[in-house]
Unconditional design. Structure first.
Length: 329
């Protein structure tokens, strides 16, 4: 009869635990806490929850590696990389960026948003401006193109135009007088020299000028300019009368001089000064010389008459008068 001990080897195998796998490792920030994987009965999980955008690592550890193993036979910690992406915000756009000054405050209308602030979008005076749109939380939000830099929107308020006004003018031979419906205006006839006085003198007869009236602009207004074409009187009637004197013969000279003097009397001193009276003055000098000669001949006749008998004096006087008349007719 065998009385030796019998040895039986036997084993309690480690229990197998399935490695947990997350449903997703990609989340998007929305202000609430995210959990990539929950703890299990036979393992603990750390690094599996977070709220803010970022990249994270969850670590899963078997609670009892003596009695438990992962289903693949390993007992090492399991790590899972996961992420909360930044939330995307659409870049706002302005409805209009062009305004015109009218004395009232202008606002660049940018759609309101809870995730960004807007500055520099209001102004009153003419000028160029920049509105800045800034994300409130760049750690958890990004623009839809992936950037986080401030969005700059350039906008402007254009200068306004002054109201229209009327401009007319009265001209003579050497001057122009502007008539304007607006006060505080600057005038010019050459576009270079400006003056507040409405009268321009020393101009050339028979010439066309561009009379311009301008209201000076300022920081909020453009220059306002109105122009009209004005032609000075050519003084043709006076010139013709002077030419007639120059070309007159002795018989008609005195008549032409009288007619020319009548035309000159219609003109201002400045207009008369603008005329060339050289020939006229020479004709007057000739006329005056003839008058002087006639007076001298008459004086001689009178002397002769005093020295002869009355009958002879009459004949002598008639002869002298005949001589004088021949000088003019």
């Amino acid at each position: 009869m065998d009385t030796e001990d019998v040895t039986i080897s036997w084993e309690i195998a480690k229990a197998s635990v399935t490695k947990p796998e997350p449903t997703t490792v990609q989340f998007t920030y929305d202000g609430t806490e995210k959990t990539v994987i929950a703890a299990g009965e036979h393992y603990t999980v750390t690094g599996n929850t977070s709220t803010n955008a970022g990249s994270y690592t969850a670590t899963i550890v078997l609670s009892d590696t003596t009695n438990y193993t992962w289903s693949d036979g390993s007992t090492e910690d399991v790590t899972i990389s996961w992420e909360i992406a930044k939330a995307s915000v659409t870049k706002p756009e302005a409805e209009t960026v062009q305004f015109t000054y009218d004395g009232n405050e202008k606002t660049v209308e940018i759609a309101a948003g809870e995730h960004y602030t807007v500055s520099g979008n209001t102004a009153t005076n003419a000028g160029s401006y920049t509105a800045t749109v800034t994300l409130v939380d760049t750690a958890n939000y990004t623009w839809s193109d992936g950037s986080t830099a401030d969005v700059e929107i350039t906008w402007s308020i254009a200068k306004a135009d002054y109201p229209d006004f009327t401009l007319s003018a009265v001209a003579d031979g050497v001057s122009i007088t502007a008539e304007c419906s607006e006060s505080g205006v600057q005038f010019s006839v050459d576009g270079k020299t400006w003056q507040s006085a409405a009268v321009f003198t020393g101009l050339t007869p028979g010439s066309t000028y561009t009379l311009t009236a301008k209201i000076e602009g300022d920081a909020n207004h453009n220059d306002k300019i109105v122009s009209v074409q004005v032609t000075t009187d050519d003084l043709s009637e006076a010139k013709e009368a002077l030419a007639a004197v120059e070309n007159a013969d002795d018989n008609t000279l005195w008549q032409k001089v009288s007619a020319a003097q009548a035309e000159l009397n219609k003109l201002s001193e400045a207009e008369r000064a603008a005329l060339d009276t050289t020939g006229y003055n020479e004709a007057i000098a000739r006329y005056n010389a003839k008058i002087a000669a006639a007076k001298e001949d008459l004086a001689k006749a009178q002397t002769l008459a005093d020295a002869v008998t009355p009958v002879a004096a009459v004949y002598a006087m008639l002869a002298a008068v005949a001589v004088v008349l021949k000088k003019f007719f």
